[in-house]
Design a protein around this ligand. Structure first.
Ligand code: GDP
Ligand code: MG
Length: 174
């Protein structure tokens, strides 16, 4: 940096969606490549921290994952506290997980102070049978004010783009 001063942005990202859609796999895939990784466990949730340099800014992201409580669709208030970004994840081959996006979106909106960066993620695009269409998912995401991305945690597709977008949007909102 020419002037030696970089803006630092701190974000808290929560990841929601039904069990088995690939939330932990997506985060693991991303954070294994990121710098300054810490892994901590707290009661009922786990979080990872990572630091990214982008657009002449430093984004410190705390990423909160569920630890099985998604089965009861009841996350603790601590999970949502101060979150300013969220990923709502479904499995493109599991229609139920797509249908449940609405429940997760409502929970999120009831627990978080806006504005926030919101992304819907259709995961498992390496599979194709009985797939939720991109058009339908995109339309749903738009209806809740979210961006839509398709990913594969298994084959490492689309994940970098999601986190780049989140970082840029957090810088823009700051
Ligand atoms: P979570 O319960 O939402 O955290 O889901 P997990 O990350 O534990 O993944 C659930 C299962 O889906 C595991 O067997 C993963 O290996 C598998 N899985 C996760 N992401 C993908 C993906 O992109 N493609 C495929 N084919 N399987 C995946
Ligand atoms: Mg998990």
């Amino acid at each position: 940096m020419a002037n030696g001063i970089m803006k630092t942005i701190v974000g808290k990202l929560v990841i929601l969606g039904d069990g088995g859609v690939g939330k932990t796999s997506l985060i693991t895939r991303y954070t294994q490549k990121a710098f300054n990784l810490n892994i901590s466990s707290t009661i009922g949730a786990s979080f990872f921290t990572c630091k990214t340099n982008i657009d002449n800014a430093i984004v410190r992201l705390q990423i909160w994952d569920t630890a099985g409580q998604e089965r009861f669709k009841a996350m603790t208030p601590m999970f949502y506290r101060n979150a300013n970004a969220a990923l709502l994840v479904f499995d493109i081959t599991c229609l139920d997980s797509f249908g449940n996006m609405q429940t997760w979106a409502q929970q999120l909106k009831g627990n978080v102070v806006e504005p926030m960066v919101l992304c819907v993620i259709g995961n498992k695009i390496d599979l194709s049978e009985n797939r939720v269409s991109r058009e339908e998912a995109l339309q749903y995401a738009n209806s809740i004010g979210a961006q839509y991305f398709e990913c594969s945690a298994k084959e490492d597709q689309g994940i970098g783009q999601v986190f780049e977008t989140i970082s840029r949007d957090l810088i823009r909102l700051s």
